[in-house]
Design a protein around this ligand. Sequence first.
Ligand SMILES: [Zn+2]
Length: 508
Amino acid sequence: MTPPPDLTAAWWPALRPPPRLSLSEWAEQHARLPDGSRFHPHPYQRAILDAMVDPEVERITVMKSARVGYTQMLSAAIGFFAAQQPSKIMVVQPTTEDAEDYSKDTIDPMREWPVLSAKLADAGAKNKADTIKRKTFPGGSLRVAGANSPRAFRRIDLDVILFDEIDGYPATAGVEGDQIALGVKRLVQSVRPMAVLGSTPTIEAASKIADSFAAGTMERFSLPCPQCGEYQPLIWGDGTGAGMRWRDNDPSTTHYVCVNGCVIPESAKLDMLAAGRWIAEAPDVVGHRSFHLWSAYCPLRGAAWPILVKEFLDAKQDREKLQVWTNTVRGECWVDRGEAPDWQRLYDRREDWDAGTVPAGGLFLTAGADVQRDRIEVSVWAFGRGKESWLIDHRVIPGDPFTEAPWRALAAMLGETFRHHHGVDLSISMLAIDAGDGVTMEVVKTWARTAGPKVMAIKGSSLAMAPILGLPAAAEVNYRGKKSLLDAANGNEPPGSGDLAATLKRFW
Ligand SMILES: [Zn+2]
């Protein structure tokens, strides 16, 4: 028998399950900051929090700098898994000592959250089952462990494992195996397994977090440019294309340059963040979302763009300081490029366009060729308005320069086209080739004389910045050495950029 409609309507709300809050919604209502005030997740934090309870996701990687609120996010997640979706949780810190500190400094204050006060029992006194390393709550438990103690991973079943600061984990000893693999094994019995890996990266060759980031969806938080509207992740840049810019070593001149060359002031950041969205480089990866976050996204005053630039200027002369800055401000691995050629340093910083394609701001292409005993190396650059330039491609043409083959390949490059962002094809307008090597000088000059008007021979020891130096009227080539080039790569204005503006005028 069907009950009368009004009765159905009255019953219906009672039959509904309690509202399913997303983790970010729950955090907004219940999570607290260390000072007791409410936690309002930043726009970029919301999707990461919600991914932690997405049944389609089993692993999350967050490669991050300092000042992005990661500790707050972990606390919010722990609160959710204690109060809203009771689970067996483990937090893994680099060492047992770190784990104890984390328990006292971060977990214990969470008992002050109204939603947790009755659930997360006091360590020690009230409940014998609760210790610094293990706390219980209705329906679940929370353990903290050190990655230096593989014993901690034995004989337990977990639903959620939060690996914190994994680049600080000690190298694994003995036959126990990798701590992360050991910990993830404890999730096999769970119906809602979740492993979260978070860390500030360290050195490229040894970074667990960078490897894990590369294995996931590789998401970056993209923001709309307030002027042209194009969505793009914030990048540090190399001082030429998009990225952070300033003048005359003066942080107060800091601004951001969009991929299309628009100038964006710090004051636009909050609105841009509110409209931001995560964009994946590998959207087809299933079950593992990986995120990169760095300090430029932080809306707090302590991470304002001029402050990040000041910190860079303070650190850039000192290798060790620059490494710490790279890890903790940019959230990037330190890449030791001591042995790498200059083009490699610049090429590795190329972050916002595909190799071989010309970004929207590029107007014409130049190339610089460097002749070695067994090969010719060619860098292709795009130049735009003002001082902007982008490294488009770097080729290694193998072959003895005293034979014809490498020269034929180089000549063929002059006939190639490169696809522009707007769909047209550009060819190389000018190729500067290094005739500075005594052994190859004659063969280089001979080829340059016969290769047509697009080719000019110049003298120099490195052609990484050749497009700037190699343009017509650069009668005397004056290299400023690798040090200033490194500065350019690190975000300062490129060496000779003043000359470049004048040269470009002539070029037009
Ligand atoms: Zn723009």
